[in-house]
Design a protein around this ligand. Structure first.
Ligand code: SAH
Length: 254
């Protein structure tokens, strides 16, 4: 089979943060497949077909891309950030595992992108300088009990915790519950970073102590980072935002 599926990470927003390799994969595709707003981020090219869909049909979209490739198309499936982080790459491989055996013979590639967690961290300093973990707070694809158990374990292990999919109109209470769980073990001054629409025109970054943070400070375009016990602020003069960092030395330097 000559078809190709490349699952392409578009990065957080600003096209300067798209890798050259991802750009090449987009330029050489005959077909673009993805959630509408991500497809919209890719410049129009003559002769390239665009198949935009809504957000809730990842597996259908993956199967559609594989079917196109099986007919010989060079398909780019686009995802925000990195396509392997809570995004389309896993959907494509799930479709391959459970679908037409012929799809296993296709050329399938993943082009990485800068994930929201890294873009957000870079905006405020180095909050991920120590050990960290990333979780999706969404209980659409896994039960809340699993989310809560993992969050408690991550907090108990004193990881910095990055929360993707923190809140949406269909999931209004989970983020508040996560902050309450964090407050059981983390100090009230623990820095919480609320990084909204990082590297997009409507970017907004907040750094708030755990005792003041509220779920209403986040929306579905926000990446939340809860500091570890060692995460700290460096205050700066003239009202400038502090730097946030997590030292690499653990509990050694006061
Ligand atoms: N594959 C994406 C994540 C998809 S899950 C990536 O690697 O970044 C969707 C979640 O990612 C959102 O709810 C939000 O928490 C986060 N996110 C994606 N892009 C973001 C951005 N530019 N700024 C802040 N958060 C973002």
């Amino acid at each position: 089979m000559s078809g190709l599926v490349t699952i392409v990470g578009l990065g957080p927003g600003d096209p300067r943060y798209l890798t050259p390799a991802a750009s090449e994969a987009l330029a050489s595709a005959t077909d673009l497949v993805g959630y509408g707003p991500y497809v919209d981020r890719v410049p129009q090219r003559a002769g390239q077909r665009r198949h935009a869909s809504d957000n809730r049909v990842e597996l259908d979209r993956a199967r559609f891309a594989l079917e196109l490739a099986a007919k010989g198309a060079r398909v780019a499936v686009v995802s925000g950030g990195d396509p392997g982080v809570f995004a389309m790459a896993a959907a494509v491989f799930e479709a391959v595992e459970n679908g037409d055996p012929a799809w296993r013979g296709l050329d399938i590639r993943v082009e990485p992108g800068i994930t929201a967690m890294l873009a957000a961290a870079a905006r405020v300093g180095a909050p991920l300088g120590g050990d960290f973990c990333a979780m999706s707070l969404s209980d659409n694809l896994k039960p809340w009990e699993v989310v809560e158990a993992r969050l408690r374990a991550a907090l108990a292990a004193d990881f910095v915790v990055a929360l993707y999919n923190p809140i949406s109109s269909a999931r209004p209470w989970q983020l508040g519950a996560a902050f309450a769980i964090a407050a059981e073990t983390r100090g009230s001054e623990t820095p919480v970073i609320l990084a909204r629409a990082v590297m997009r025109p409507d970017e907004r970054i907040g750094i708030v102590p755990l005792r003041e943070v509220q779920a209403s400070m986040a929306d579905m375009s926000t990446l939340v980072i809860i500091g570890a016990s060692t995460t700290r602020l460096i205050e700066r003069p003239e009202g400038r935002a502090p730097f946030v960092y997590t030292p690499r030395f653990y509990g050694v330097r006061a």
